[in-house]
Ligand binder design. Structure first.
Ligand code: PEP
Ligand code: MG
Length: 756
């Protein structure tokens, strides 16, 4: 068991990666590490070149070192090629007798008859193969396969990053610097937006317009001449900073933190990148100018790529160069760090937010996006106050301007007066501390007249777990398993998922846990997978559709869940189910995953409750049949409202049309609840409506008895429910169902209409 742990420990590979000076040396270190830990004589890594469909040996420990770069095989050729073609590990004890065996003369491999090949893949992308060979006596075991799969999964990410770097050393003319001026628009003292993640933040602004920062550097005149030594020192400092950041993220967010800064470090280690800069400096160029010139070439090259994944690297180069030059001119504090800053951005990737969180950003304002978008959900998990304000002028606020965020109400104050600051600081000091909230929280929730309501937690990152536990949630109603997938640069392996899920199970002790299967797509794009831009990603290849199309990824995830929940009260929930067909297909994949585990003799939880999310209007019309088949229903109001009303949940400009209390939404919810009651299955709400106090009496009145919400909302929701009288709530629900305009519903619920 120890060796599996050791090998599956991501940090070991991360560490190796940091220590190495190039991809080649990293691969070499990796094969050395694997031979050592798995007590095998040979370990080699082959990389796949898609253009000519060839696998080429790139590193070996144990075989003739001259084989590197010379041993090549066609796709599907030999046992190694077969592993890649069939995308599965191949483990044989008498390799030379296997029909696919191919001997490469001169490698000295004929003496090793035990053979194991594990494909290195990232989702559907084929990257290479990791092979192990041993002499006769010691066969490879299942543990070796598992360990190699974990290693292969980590390798995939690093290799993919490195591959595009290798392909780009062409000469390009630097683009002409662009003249740009920024005016501070008037009337920005107070901007009303919407709260996306509650809290209060005060700090200097940092506008994320990467282009702007980069161009500003490009246009700066560097009067001081720097030396090559100063340049080298700046590179070293940058490397140290990035490594520190990586360690911090790993510590804070174990489930999501795989190599977030990998591409920065890789670019920094790239011989051409720093080498060309150094050459230019030796030829007499001032280091900042040399660095910018080379960075510009990379940026131009990446921005022209048809691949989103490569285009995203533009940001990484810009980030890196800003950091490097700031270190060189000793201005990093001024330019680079997010510590204590209020970030203002058009939009952010989840990985951006994670990076900022690791640098202790204090708050964020986005000028696009909706409050139920996933960047908002992530901000809540990371406890970064966030406001979404549909005002593009905010992007012109000069850096370092003092900004106050009242993210409870969604207001932004630019250059606030001393009085405004003082009054917010007082309000902040008066907040009930988390400690007090924990002390007040009761383990069971009841209405004033004694009706039991179960409060469960929504978990996005494992870091949410501790707050959920302390606030005495009764279990997990929704674990959004996709967040580790979104934030990382690659698909996590089954083993990595298993470790994350296992931590969740151990953290929740005997309480029920609802694992939702992968819900990517829409605004949860995987940069490493979603290559083609979809016109309508919210209605595109997302969620259960993606899982059913990518069976291998789906069944790996189900296996990881089943294994992790072996001794738990675990449930599995499928998102975005549109029909009974979808549900039956998904359940079949689950059954197959269980059969496979049985055959492999791996322990797992054999009887999980299996349910679906109600997020699509089609489900309402099939609810009788579905309720008869599933073990539970959970209403995902975020998507349900979006699809019932045809309003993009991520688009702030149409936010006024996104009306949870629309009579059609409420009547549909009622139909779902009634079907669940009739078939005696649990029905819960796990979308944002579950924490919105204005809707809770109505939901309970309609028959909901289980709510699942983000942990920080638990205290206020419990407090509200304890004051509620159930018969009054039922009366309210009855009345609401009789009216036919949103205005009438709003009046009955006592809420302000936001749309006219
Ligand atoms: C929902 O749609 O309400 C839901 C809970 O899922 P998500 O917000 O992750 O799409
Ligand atoms: Mg949803």
């Amino acid at each position: 068991m120890d060796r599996i742990r050791l090998l599956c420990d991501i940090s070991e590979l991360n560490h190796l990666f940091r220590e190495s000076v190039s991809l080649e040396s990293f691969l070499h270190e990796t094969v050395r590490m694997v031979t050592l830990h798995l007590k095998t004589e040979v370990c080699s890594i082959y990389l796949y070149d898609e253009d000519d469909s060839m696998l080429v040996m790139k590193a070996t420990e144990g075989l003739n070192p001259d084989s590197v770069d010379h041993v090549k095989m066609k796709y599907g050729e030999g046992l190694t090629g077969l592993a890649l073609k069939e995308m599965r590990p191949i483990c044989v004890s008498r390799a030379s007798k296997h029909p696919s065996y191919k001997l490469f003369v001169g490698t000295d491999e004929e003496q090793y008859d035990n053979f194991l090949a594990v494909p290195i893949t990232r989702g559907p992308a084929k990257i290479g193969v990791l092979t192990l060979q041993r002499k006769k006596k010691k066969k490879f075991q299942e543990e070796d396969v598992l360990a190699c799969r974990a290693v292969a999964s980590q390798l995939a990410n690093i290799i993919e990053n490195a591959k595009f770097l290798m392909s780009m050393h062409e000469e390009h003319e630097p683009a002409e610097p662009v003249e740009q001026t920024w005016n501070i628009p008037a009337g920005l003292e107070f901007v009303r937006g919407k709260s996306a993640a509650e809290g209060f933040a005060l700090g200097p602004a940092r506008v994320i317009d990467k282009q702007k920062t980069f161009d500003a550097l490009y246009q700066t005149r560097y009067d001081q001449i720097y030396s090559l030594e100063q340049f080298d020192q700046a590179i070293k400092t940058t490397e140290n900073q990035l490594e520190d950041l990586q360690s911090q993220v790993e510590e804070k967010l174990t489930d999501a933190a795989s190599l977030i800064f990998a591409s920065h470090l890789l670019i920094l280690k790239d011989k051409e990148f720093v080498g060309t800069m150094r050459r230019l400096i030796e030829e007499g160029e001032n280091p900042p100018a040399a660095a910018l010139k080379v960075a510009r070439q990379f940026i131009d090259l990446f921005s022209r790529s048809a691949n989103v994944y490569v285009r995203e690297k533009v940001q990484d180069v810009e980030d890196l160069i800003v950091r490097m030059i700031s270190n060189l001119v000793q201005e990093y504090e001024k330019l680079g760090d997010f510590k204590g800053k209020v970030v203002i951005a058009r939009d952010l990737f989840p990985s951006d937010l994670l990076r900022m969180s690791s640098e202790n950003v204090t708050g964020a304002v986005l000028v696009a996006g909706g409050v139920t978008s996933h960047i908002a959900i992530l901000a809540r998990s990371l406890q970064i106050p966030m406001v979404i304000a549909n005002n593009y002028d905010l992007l012109h606020v000069p850096d370092e301007t003092q900004v106050l965020l009242d993210a409870d109400s969604g207001n932004v104050y630019v250059n606030p007066s001393d009085e405004v600051i003082a009054s917010f600081q007082k309000r902040n000091a008066d907040r009930v501390s988390m400690k007090d909230q924990i002390a007040r929280m009761k383990p069971r929730t009841k209405t004033a007249d004694g009706t039991r309501v179960r409060l469960l937690a929504n978990i996005n990152l494992l870091s949410d777990l501790s707050m959920a536990e302390q606030l005495k949630c009764e279990g997990i109603g929704l674990y959004r398993t996709e967040f580790p997938f979104i934030i990382r640069n690659d698909f996590p392996s089954e083993q990595e998922q298993y470790f994350a899920y296992r931590r969740l199970v151990l953290g929740m002790k005997d309480k029920p846990i609802t694992f939702r299967t992968l819900d990517i797509g829409g605004d949860k794009v995987l940069s490493y997978y979603h290559d083609a831009q979809e016109q309508n990603p919210g209605m595109g290849m997302r969620s259960i559709r993606f899982s059913l199309q990518n069976r291998r990824i789906f069944s790996q995830q189900l296996r990881a869940m089943l294994r992790a929940g072996v001794d738990a009260d675990m449930r599995i929930m499928f998102p975005m189910i549109a029909s009974t067909d979808d549900f039956r297909q998904a359940r079949m994949v689950l059954a197959e995953a269980m059969e496979d585990l049985d055959q492999e003799g791996i322990p797992y939880f054999p009887k999980p409750k299996v349910g679906i999310m109600v997020e699509l209007p089609s489900v309402v019309h099939m609810i009788e049949e579905l309720a008869a088949e599933v073990d539970f229903l959970s209403i995902g109001t975020n998507d349900f409202i979006q699809f019932m009303l045809g309003v993009d949940r991520t688009n702030e400009t149409v936010a006024g049309f996104y009306i949870p209390h629309h009579p059609a939404v409420l009547r549909a919810i009622k139909l779902v609840i009634d079907a669940a009651l009739k078939h005696d299955i649990e029905v819960s709400v796990c979308g944002d409506m579950a924490h919105q106090v204005e809707y809770i009496p109505l939901l309970l009145g309609l028959g909901i008895r289980t709510l699942s919400l983000e942990p920080s909302y638990l205290p206020r929701v419990q407090e509200l429910i304890e004051k509620l009288d159930m018969s009054q709530a039922q009366q309210l629900a009855k009345q609401v169902l009789t009216v036919d305009t949103t205005e009438q519903v709003a009046k009955l619920l006592g809420i302000r209409q936001t749309m006219s």
